[in-house]
Design a protein around this ligand. Structure first.
Ligand SMILES: C[S@@+](CC[C@H](N)C(=O)[O-])C[C@H]1O[C@@H](n2cnc3c(N)ncnc32)[C@H](O)[C@@H]1O
Length: 408
C-alpha cells in the first residue's frame, strides 16, 4: 500500500483536505468473504464453499462464534464497537456497508467521532490501535461538561480521544503522557500547545520525572483535573485477589499521581468489564483508595450512541472529586440501541429522543476507494456533504447546532 500525499503541504489544514482515508489490503479469501456478506450480515451468510476454504470459519460455523465476526456494517444503524482490529474482517463488523472492502482509518475515526482535522500518525499498525483504543471525543466531551473547567493532565493519553473531548468541553490539557512513541507523535501533532511526555509509568524513575514535569508545567497553579484511561490488562473476571498485583497495576499507579498532585477532580475511563474484574474487588478497592484520600466517587456506564457517537460502545467513567459535590449525570441526547436476543433483534429504544447517528450519516460522503487503497491526504469537496454529522466532523456547524437541529 502506498501512502501518497497528493496535496502539497502548503494547502493542507484547509477545509478541502481529508486525512487517513486508507483501508487494509485483504487476501483473496478475505475478499471472497467480503463479497458474500450483505449489509447487516456476518459469517452466517457465507456459502459452504467459502467456509470450507478457512479453518477458522469452519470452526466458527461448527461451534458458533460472535455474530459480529465477519460482519458488514448496516448503514441505517450505528456501528458496533470499533476495536483495534478493523484491518481484519474476522474480528468484528468492519466491512464497508456498500463497498467491497474494510472501512478506512478515516471512516473508523468518524465512527469514533474524531473531527476530520485530527490526523493519525505513526506506523500503520499503530494507527489502527490509536483509533480503536480511543475514547470517542463526543463521549468524553459529554462527561467533561459535568466537571468544573480548569487545567488538566491526561495520563495514558493514546492518540488523544479523551483529551480532545475534554478540550471541546472547555478544559485546558496542559500535559499528556504515554509510553508509546507513535501515540505521542499523533497526540503532539494534533495538540501543539500541550506538553507531551513519552514515559513508562511502570518505571518509578520515569514516573518521578513525569511528576516533576507536571509540577513545573503547573507553576504553582491548581490542577483541576487528572484524567486517564489506564489499561487493565492482566486482571481477569475470576482470578485470585493478590494485593501486590493490584498495587503494581497501572490503574493503582495512577493513584500515586492523585496523592502527589491532589487534583480537584479525577476522571478514569475503562471498559465495562472492570466491574467484574477480580469478582468486583478491583473496582471496590479503587473506590476505597480514592475515598481514603477524601474523594467522593461516582461511576457512570455510558452508551456512546446516546451522546452523538455513531457507534454502540459502552464505557465506564469513574469520576471523583475532593470538593464534596455530587456531579450531575451527563445529558443523554439521543436514543440508545437495545440489544435483542441476537444482533438482528437490536433496535432503537422508543424513549422520545431523536435517533442515534447512523453509519451512513457518519461516512457516506467519503470518496469511494477499493480494497487496500486510499491515500493519507486527499482532496475533499464540500459538495459531497449529505448529513449534519458530517458537517459537525468537518467543523462547519457547532455541537449545539448539531443537537439543536436533530431535536427539531
Ligand atoms: C486505552 S489507551 C488510552 C486511550 C486514550 N485515553 C484516548 O482516548 O485516545 C491506553 C494507553 O496506555 C498506554 N500505556 C500502556 N502501558 C503504559 C505504561 N506502562 N506507561 C504509560 N502508558 C502506557 C498505551 O500506549 C495506550 O496508548
Amino acid at each position: 500500500m502506498t501512502l501518497t500525499t497528493i496535496i502539497p503541504d502548503a494547502v493542507e489544514q484547509t477545509e478541502k483536505v481529508l486525512y487517513n482515508h486508507v483501508c487494509a489490503t485483504l487476501s483473496e479469501l478475505d475478499m471472497e468473504v467480503v463479497r458474500n456478506v450483505p449489509p447487516g450480515g456476518n459469517w452466517m451468510n457465507l456459502p459452504e464453499t467459502t467456509v470450507a476454504k478457512s479453518a477458522r470459519l469452519t470452526q466458527i460455523k461448527k461451534s458458533g462464534g460472535r455474530t459480529t465476526y465477519y460482519g458488514r456494517l448496516n448503514g441505517t444503524m450505528p456501528s458496533y464497537t470499533v476495536n483495534t482490529y478493523f484491518n481484519r474482517p474476522g474480528n468484528g463488523t468492519f466491512i464497508h456497508p456498500l463497498q467491497d472492502r474494510l472501512i478506512s482509518m478515516r471512516e473508523a475515526a468518524r465512527l469514533q467521532s474524531f473531527p476530520d482535522h485530527y490526523r493519525f500518525r505513526g506506523s500503520l499498525s499503530s494507527r489502527y490501535k490509536q483509533i480503536g483504543n480511543a475514547v470517542p471525543p463526543l463521549l468524553a466531551r459529554s462527561i467533561g461538561t459535568m466537571i468544573r473547567k480548569g487545567l488538566g493532565i491526561d495520563l495514558f493519553c493514546g492518540a488523544g480521544g479523551l483529551s480532545e473531548g475534554l478540550e471541546q468541553a472547555g478544559h485546558k490539557i496542559i500535559l499528556a503522557s504515554d509510553s508509546n512513541p507513535h501515540m505521542c507523535e499523533t497526540y503532539r501533532s494534533n495538540n501543539p500547545k500541550t506538553k507531551v511526555i513519552q514515559t513508562d509509568i511502570n518505571k518509578s524513575e520515569d514516573a518521578n520525572i513525569l511528576l516533576e514535569n507536571i509540577e513545573s508545567e503547573l507553576q504553582g497553579r491548581t490542577l483541576k483535573l487528572l484524567a486517564g484511561g489506564p489499561p487493565c490488562q492482566g486482571f481477569s473476571t475470576a482470578g485470585k485477589w493478590n494485593p501486590n498485583d493490584v498495587r503494581n497495576s497501572l490503574l493503582f499507579k495512577t493513584l500515586d499521581f492523585v496523592r502527589a498532585l491532589e487534583p480537584e477532580y479525577v476522571l478514569l475511563e475503562n471498559v465495562p468489564g472492570i466491574r467484574s474484574m477480580q469478582k468486583g474487588k478491583l473496582l471496590k478497592s479503587l473506590i476505597e483508595s480514592l475515598e481514603a484520600e477524601e474523594y467522593t466517587t461516582q461511576i457512570y456506564i455510558l452508551k456512546a450512541e446516546q451522546f452523538g457517537v455513531p457507534q454502540r460502545r459502552r464505557r465506564v467513567f469513574i469520576v471523583a472529586n475532593r470538593i464534596g459535590i455530587s456531579i450531575r449525570d451527563p445529558d443523554v441526547r439521543l436514543s440508545s440501541i437495545a440489544r435483542g436476543k441476537t444482533r438482528y433483534d437490536a433496535h432503537i429504544d422508543v424513549d422520545g429522543l431523536p435517533p442515534p447517528v447512523t453509519v451512513s450519516e457518519a461516512i457516506s460522503d467519503l470518496p469511494v476507494i477499493t480494497s487496500g487503497e486510499g491515500h493519507d491526504v486527499v482532496e475533499y469537496e464540500t459538495k459531497w456533504l449529505n448529513s449534519d454529522y458530517q458537517r459537525l466532523m468537518r467543523g462547519m456547524i457547532s455541537f449545539k447546532d448539531f443537537f439543536g437541529k436533530r431535536t427539531e
